[in-house]
Design a binder for this molecule. Structure first.
Ligand code: F6P
Length: 329
Protein backbone atom coordinates (compact mmCIF):
# COMPACT_ATOMS: atom_id res chain seq x y z
CA UNK A 1 0.00 0.00 0.00
CA UNK A 2 1.02 3.60 -0.53
CA UNK A 3 -0.03 5.43 2.63
CA UNK A 4 -0.33 9.22 2.89
CA UNK A 5 0.26 10.73 6.34
CA UNK A 6 -0.62 14.31 7.26
CA UNK A 7 -1.36 16.64 10.17
CA UNK A 8 -4.24 19.07 9.97
CA UNK A 9 -5.94 21.78 12.03
CA UNK A 10 -4.36 23.16 15.21
CA UNK A 11 -1.04 21.44 15.85
CA UNK A 12 -0.65 19.44 19.05
CA UNK A 13 2.45 18.22 20.92
CA UNK A 14 2.88 14.54 20.05
CA UNK A 15 1.90 14.86 16.40
CA UNK A 16 5.52 14.17 15.45
CA UNK A 17 5.58 11.05 17.61
CA UNK A 18 2.43 9.91 15.82
CA UNK A 19 3.90 10.56 12.36
CA UNK A 20 7.02 8.64 13.42
CA UNK A 21 4.96 5.67 14.63
CA UNK A 22 2.82 5.56 11.48
CA UNK A 23 5.89 5.76 9.22
CA UNK A 24 7.87 3.13 11.09
CA UNK A 25 4.95 0.74 11.38
CA UNK A 26 4.24 1.12 7.66
CA UNK A 27 7.86 0.69 6.54
CA UNK A 28 8.33 -2.31 8.84
CA UNK A 29 5.32 -3.93 7.13
CA UNK A 30 6.64 -3.17 3.63
CA UNK A 31 4.29 -0.27 2.84
CA UNK A 32 5.37 2.97 1.23
CA UNK A 33 4.70 6.32 2.97
CA UNK A 34 4.07 9.71 1.40
CA UNK A 35 4.20 12.65 3.81
CA UNK A 36 1.72 15.37 2.90
CA UNK A 37 2.74 18.85 4.06
CA UNK A 38 0.18 21.30 5.50
CA UNK A 39 -2.79 18.93 5.77
CA UNK A 40 -5.63 19.09 3.26
CA UNK A 41 -4.10 22.23 1.77
CA UNK A 42 -0.99 20.24 0.86
CA UNK A 43 -3.13 17.54 -0.72
CA UNK A 44 -4.77 20.16 -2.93
CA UNK A 45 -1.42 21.80 -3.74
CA UNK A 46 0.51 18.50 -4.21
CA UNK A 47 2.87 19.62 -1.48
CA UNK A 48 4.73 16.48 -0.41
CA UNK A 49 7.50 15.84 2.09
CA UNK A 50 10.81 15.31 0.29
CA UNK A 51 13.41 13.07 1.97
CA UNK A 52 17.18 13.64 2.13
CA UNK A 53 17.59 11.71 -1.15
CA UNK A 54 15.24 14.20 -2.80
CA UNK A 55 12.37 11.70 -3.14
CA UNK A 56 8.75 12.41 -2.16
CA UNK A 57 8.77 9.48 0.28
CA UNK A 58 9.16 9.08 4.05
CA UNK A 59 11.54 6.45 5.35
CA UNK A 60 12.29 5.32 8.88
CA UNK A 61 15.17 7.85 8.83
CA UNK A 62 12.85 10.72 7.88
CA UNK A 63 11.35 10.46 11.36
CA UNK A 64 14.56 10.09 13.38
CA UNK A 65 14.97 12.47 16.32
CA UNK A 66 11.41 13.84 16.28
CA UNK A 67 9.65 11.89 19.04
CA UNK A 68 10.55 14.65 21.53
CA UNK A 69 9.75 17.62 19.30
CA UNK A 70 6.60 19.74 19.53
CA UNK A 71 4.83 21.03 16.41
CA UNK A 72 4.86 18.83 13.34
CA UNK A 73 7.59 18.26 10.75
CA UNK A 74 4.77 17.89 8.18
CA UNK A 75 3.43 21.28 9.24
CA UNK A 76 -0.29 21.90 9.56
CA UNK A 77 -2.97 24.19 8.21
CA UNK A 78 -6.63 25.02 8.39
CA UNK A 79 -7.99 24.61 4.88
CA UNK A 80 -11.13 26.54 3.85
CA UNK A 81 -10.70 25.23 0.26
CA UNK A 82 -11.31 21.67 1.45
CA UNK A 83 -14.78 22.72 2.64
CA UNK A 84 -15.78 23.21 -1.00
CA UNK A 85 -16.74 20.47 -3.48
CA UNK A 86 -14.08 21.74 -5.90
CA UNK A 87 -11.39 21.54 -3.25
CA UNK A 88 -12.35 18.01 -2.25
CA UNK A 89 -12.45 16.79 -5.84
CA UNK A 90 -9.03 18.31 -6.47
CA UNK A 91 -7.70 16.42 -3.44
CA UNK A 92 -9.25 13.19 -4.75
CA UNK A 93 -7.68 13.73 -8.18
CA UNK A 94 -4.28 14.22 -6.55
CA UNK A 95 -4.65 11.11 -4.40
CA UNK A 96 -5.31 9.09 -7.56
CA UNK A 97 -2.57 10.84 -9.54
CA UNK A 98 0.03 9.97 -6.89
CA UNK A 99 -1.19 6.41 -6.40
CA UNK A 100 -2.09 6.91 -2.74
CA UNK A 101 -4.23 4.00 -1.47
CA UNK A 102 -4.77 5.03 2.12
CA UNK A 103 -4.50 8.01 4.47
CA UNK A 104 -3.62 8.57 8.11
CA UNK A 105 -4.91 12.07 8.97
CA UNK A 106 -3.77 13.30 12.39
CA UNK A 107 -5.93 16.07 13.81
CA UNK A 108 -9.11 17.09 15.58
CA UNK A 109 -12.78 17.25 14.73
CA UNK A 110 -12.35 19.54 11.69
CA UNK A 111 -9.85 17.03 10.29
CA UNK A 112 -12.24 14.13 10.78
CA UNK A 113 -15.22 16.01 9.37
CA UNK A 114 -13.08 16.50 6.26
CA UNK A 115 -12.01 12.85 6.20
CA UNK A 116 -15.62 11.66 6.59
CA UNK A 117 -16.54 13.72 3.51
CA UNK A 118 -13.47 12.57 1.58
CA UNK A 119 -14.34 8.86 1.86
CA UNK A 120 -17.71 9.57 0.23
CA UNK A 121 -15.79 10.66 -2.88
CA UNK A 122 -12.71 8.41 -2.84
CA UNK A 123 -12.37 4.63 -2.68
CA UNK A 124 -9.10 4.65 -0.66
CA UNK A 125 -8.96 3.80 3.02
CA UNK A 126 -8.76 6.29 5.92
CA UNK A 127 -7.80 5.62 9.54
CA UNK A 128 -7.26 8.81 11.55
CA UNK A 129 -5.41 9.56 14.79
CA UNK A 130 -6.76 12.08 17.33
CA UNK A 131 -4.30 14.97 17.57
CA UNK A 132 -5.68 18.00 19.42
CA UNK A 133 -5.02 19.69 22.74
CA UNK A 134 -8.81 20.04 23.22
CA UNK A 135 -9.59 16.37 24.10
CA UNK A 136 -13.01 16.91 22.57
CA UNK A 137 -13.23 13.77 20.42
CA UNK A 138 -15.35 10.78 21.32
CA UNK A 139 -13.77 7.37 20.71
CA UNK A 140 -10.69 7.95 22.83
CA UNK A 141 -10.18 8.72 26.50
CA UNK A 142 -7.48 11.26 25.64
CA UNK A 143 -6.28 12.96 22.48
CA UNK A 144 -2.62 13.40 21.53
CA UNK A 145 -1.42 16.76 22.89
CA UNK A 146 -3.88 17.07 25.74
CA UNK A 147 -1.50 15.82 28.44
CA UNK A 148 1.21 18.31 27.36
CA UNK A 149 -1.25 21.21 27.19
CA UNK A 150 -2.45 20.40 30.72
CA UNK A 151 1.17 20.28 31.91
CA UNK A 152 1.78 23.72 30.35
CA UNK A 153 -1.32 25.11 32.08
CA UNK A 154 -0.24 23.66 35.41
CA UNK A 155 3.23 25.18 35.07
CA UNK A 156 1.57 28.55 34.46
CA UNK A 157 -0.60 28.14 37.57
CA UNK A 158 2.44 27.31 39.71
CA UNK A 159 4.03 30.57 38.60
CA UNK A 160 0.87 32.61 38.98
CA UNK A 161 0.40 31.20 42.48
CA UNK A 162 3.70 32.73 43.59
CA UNK A 163 2.71 36.25 42.59
CA UNK A 164 -0.94 35.74 43.60
CA UNK A 165 0.16 34.73 47.09
CA UNK A 166 2.59 37.68 47.38
CA UNK A 167 -0.09 40.21 46.42
CA UNK A 168 -3.10 38.37 47.86
CA UNK A 169 -4.75 38.44 44.45
CA UNK A 170 -7.11 36.42 42.33
CA UNK A 171 -5.72 35.30 38.99
CA UNK A 172 -7.94 34.14 36.17
CA UNK A 173 -6.03 31.89 33.79
CA UNK A 174 -7.70 31.50 30.41
CA UNK A 175 -6.91 28.26 28.61
CA UNK A 176 -7.84 27.02 25.14
CA UNK A 177 -10.17 24.12 24.41
CA UNK A 178 -12.60 25.74 21.99
CA UNK A 179 -16.12 24.56 23.08
CA UNK A 180 -14.78 21.98 25.50
CA UNK A 181 -13.92 22.34 29.18
CA UNK A 182 -11.55 19.34 29.44
CA UNK A 183 -8.39 21.42 29.28
CA UNK A 184 -9.70 23.89 31.88
CA UNK A 185 -10.97 21.26 34.29
CA UNK A 186 -7.84 19.08 34.21
CA UNK A 187 -5.57 22.11 34.46
CA UNK A 188 -7.56 23.39 37.44
CA UNK A 189 -7.51 20.05 39.26
CA UNK A 190 -3.83 19.30 38.63
CA UNK A 191 -2.81 22.89 39.40
CA UNK A 192 -4.81 23.15 42.62
CA UNK A 193 -6.99 26.00 41.35
CA UNK A 194 -9.94 27.11 43.48
CA UNK A 195 -12.46 27.08 40.64
CA UNK A 196 -12.91 26.49 36.93
CA UNK A 197 -15.37 28.06 34.51
CA UNK A 198 -16.25 25.60 31.74
CA UNK A 199 -18.77 25.66 28.89
CA UNK A 200 -20.46 22.48 30.15
CA UNK A 201 -21.78 24.01 33.41
CA UNK A 202 -23.35 27.41 34.15
CA UNK A 203 -20.95 30.00 35.59
CA UNK A 204 -22.61 31.54 38.65
CA UNK A 205 -20.75 34.82 39.27
CA UNK A 206 -22.50 35.79 42.55
CA UNK A 207 -21.91 32.19 43.71
CA UNK A 208 -18.19 32.44 42.93
CA UNK A 209 -17.94 35.77 44.79
CA UNK A 210 -19.66 34.28 47.88
CA UNK A 211 -17.40 31.23 47.75
CA UNK A 212 -14.27 33.41 47.54
CA UNK A 213 -15.42 35.54 50.50
CA UNK A 214 -15.79 32.34 52.51
CA UNK A 215 -12.31 31.22 51.53
CA UNK A 216 -10.90 34.60 52.49
CA UNK A 217 -12.51 34.33 55.92
CA UNK A 218 -10.78 30.98 56.46
CA UNK A 219 -7.41 32.62 55.71
CA UNK A 220 -7.01 31.99 51.99
CA UNK A 221 -4.45 34.44 50.62
CA UNK A 222 -4.59 33.77 46.90
CA UNK A 223 -7.07 32.42 44.40
CA UNK A 224 -6.62 30.85 40.97
CA UNK A 225 -9.58 30.38 38.66
CA UNK A 226 -9.14 28.58 35.34
CA UNK A 227 -11.41 29.86 32.58
CA UNK A 228 -12.11 27.88 29.42
CA UNK A 229 -12.00 30.11 26.35
CA UNK A 230 -15.45 28.75 25.42
CA UNK A 231 -17.12 29.58 28.74
CA UNK A 232 -20.56 31.18 28.35
CA UNK A 233 -19.63 34.17 30.54
CA UNK A 234 -16.72 35.02 28.23
CA UNK A 235 -12.96 34.69 28.58
CA UNK A 236 -10.78 35.74 31.50
CA UNK A 237 -10.82 39.47 30.70
CA UNK A 238 -14.63 39.66 30.55
CA UNK A 239 -14.94 37.52 33.66
CA UNK A 240 -12.51 39.79 35.50
CA UNK A 241 -14.80 42.75 34.83
CA UNK A 242 -17.88 40.79 35.87
CA UNK A 243 -16.22 39.74 39.15
CA UNK A 244 -15.18 43.34 39.83
CA UNK A 245 -18.75 44.51 39.10
CA UNK A 246 -20.04 41.85 41.50
CA UNK A 247 -17.79 43.39 44.22
CA UNK A 248 -15.34 40.50 44.44
CA UNK A 249 -13.17 41.14 47.50
CA UNK A 250 -9.96 39.99 45.79
CA UNK A 251 -8.06 42.24 43.46
CA UNK A 252 -8.15 40.36 40.14
CA UNK A 253 -5.82 39.92 37.17
CA UNK A 254 -6.38 38.00 33.96
CA UNK A 255 -3.76 35.93 32.10
CA UNK A 256 -4.41 34.41 28.70
CA UNK A 257 -2.19 31.41 27.99
CA UNK A 258 -3.14 31.17 24.30
CA UNK A 259 -0.98 29.29 21.81
CA UNK A 260 1.74 28.60 24.38
CA UNK A 261 -0.36 25.52 25.18
CA UNK A 262 0.08 24.20 21.67
CA UNK A 263 3.88 24.13 21.85
CA UNK A 264 6.58 22.35 23.76
CA UNK A 265 8.06 18.91 24.01
CA UNK A 266 5.32 16.29 24.44
CA UNK A 267 4.95 14.57 27.81
CA UNK A 268 5.78 10.84 28.02
CA UNK A 269 2.01 10.16 28.15
CA UNK A 270 1.49 12.00 24.86
CA UNK A 271 4.44 10.23 23.26
CA UNK A 272 3.12 6.84 24.37
CA UNK A 273 -0.40 7.57 23.14
CA UNK A 274 0.89 8.91 19.82
CA UNK A 275 3.17 5.92 19.33
CA UNK A 276 0.47 3.37 20.09
CA UNK A 277 -2.16 5.08 17.94
CA UNK A 278 0.08 5.83 14.93
CA UNK A 279 1.11 2.17 14.89
CA UNK A 280 -2.45 0.92 15.44
CA UNK A 281 -3.82 3.13 12.65
CA UNK A 282 -1.43 1.62 10.09
CA UNK A 283 -2.00 -1.95 11.30
CA UNK A 284 -5.74 -1.32 11.02
CA UNK A 285 -5.37 -0.01 7.46
CA UNK A 286 -3.36 -3.10 6.61
CA UNK A 287 -6.25 -5.25 7.87
CA UNK A 288 -8.71 -3.37 5.66
CA UNK A 289 -10.22 -0.85 8.12
CA UNK A 290 -11.51 2.46 6.76
CA UNK A 291 -13.64 5.43 7.79
CA UNK A 292 -12.52 5.18 11.40
CA UNK A 293 -10.36 6.87 14.03
CA UNK A 294 -7.84 4.98 16.16
CA UNK A 295 -8.32 5.77 19.84
CA UNK A 296 -7.46 4.42 23.25
CA UNK A 297 -10.21 3.57 25.73
CA UNK A 298 -9.38 1.96 29.09
CA UNK A 299 -5.81 1.39 27.84
CA UNK A 300 -6.98 -0.57 24.79
CA UNK A 301 -6.68 0.55 21.18
CA UNK A 302 -10.09 0.80 19.54
CA UNK A 303 -11.58 2.01 16.24
CA UNK A 304 -14.56 4.40 16.10
CA UNK A 305 -16.39 5.53 12.94
CA UNK A 306 -15.12 9.00 12.02
CA UNK A 307 -18.59 10.56 12.14
CA UNK A 308 -19.13 9.29 15.70
CA UNK A 309 -16.03 11.07 16.97
CA UNK A 310 -17.55 14.52 16.49
CA UNK A 311 -21.31 13.81 16.38
CA UNK A 312 -21.86 14.75 20.02
CA UNK A 313 -20.23 16.91 22.67
CA UNK A 314 -17.78 14.77 24.68
CA UNK A 315 -19.12 15.03 28.23
CA UNK A 316 -16.89 16.18 31.07
CA UNK A 317 -16.70 13.53 33.82
CA UNK A 318 -19.12 14.88 36.44
CA UNK A 319 -17.09 13.24 39.23
CA UNK A 320 -14.17 15.51 38.30
CA UNK A 321 -16.38 18.60 38.53
CA UNK A 322 -17.46 17.42 42.02
CA UNK A 323 -13.85 16.66 42.91
CA UNK A 324 -12.78 20.22 42.09
CA UNK A 325 -15.59 21.53 44.32
CA UNK A 326 -14.43 19.37 47.23
CA UNK A 327 -10.80 20.39 46.73
CA UNK A 328 -11.56 24.10 46.95
CA UNK A 329 -12.81 24.64 50.45
O1 F6P B 1 -8.32 23.08 18.36
C1 F6P B 1 -7.12 23.48 18.92
C2 F6P B 1 -7.15 24.94 19.25
O2 F6P B 1 -5.92 25.30 19.85
C3 F6P B 1 -8.31 25.40 20.14
O3 F6P B 1 -8.10 25.10 21.51
C4 F6P B 1 -8.37 26.86 19.84
O4 F6P B 1 -9.65 27.38 20.06
C5 F6P B 1 -8.03 26.91 18.38
O5 F6P B 1 -7.32 25.72 18.09
C6 F6P B 1 -7.21 28.10 17.94
O6 F6P B 1 -7.04 28.04 16.58
P1 F6P B 1 -6.03 28.92 15.74
O7 F6P B 1 -4.63 28.43 16.06
O8 F6P B 1 -6.40 28.66 14.33
O9 F6P B 1 -6.22 30.32 16.20
Amino acid sequence: MRIGVFCSGGDAPGMNACVRAAVRCATSMGHEVVGINRGYQGLIDENFYVNSAGEPRMTARSVSNIVQRGGTILRSARCPAFLTEDGMLKAVRNLKKHGIDALVPIGGNGTFRGAAELIKRWEGRVVGCPGTIDNDLLGTDYTIGFSTAVATGVEAIDKLRDTAESHQRLFLLEVMGRHSGFLALYTALAGGAEFACVPETPTDIPGIVRHLEQLQKTGKKSIIGVVAEGDEEGGATILQKKLDDAKCTFSTRATILGHIQRGGSPTPDDRMLATRLGDFAVKSLDLGATGVMAGEINSRCVLTPLADTFAQHKPLPSELIDLLDRMSN
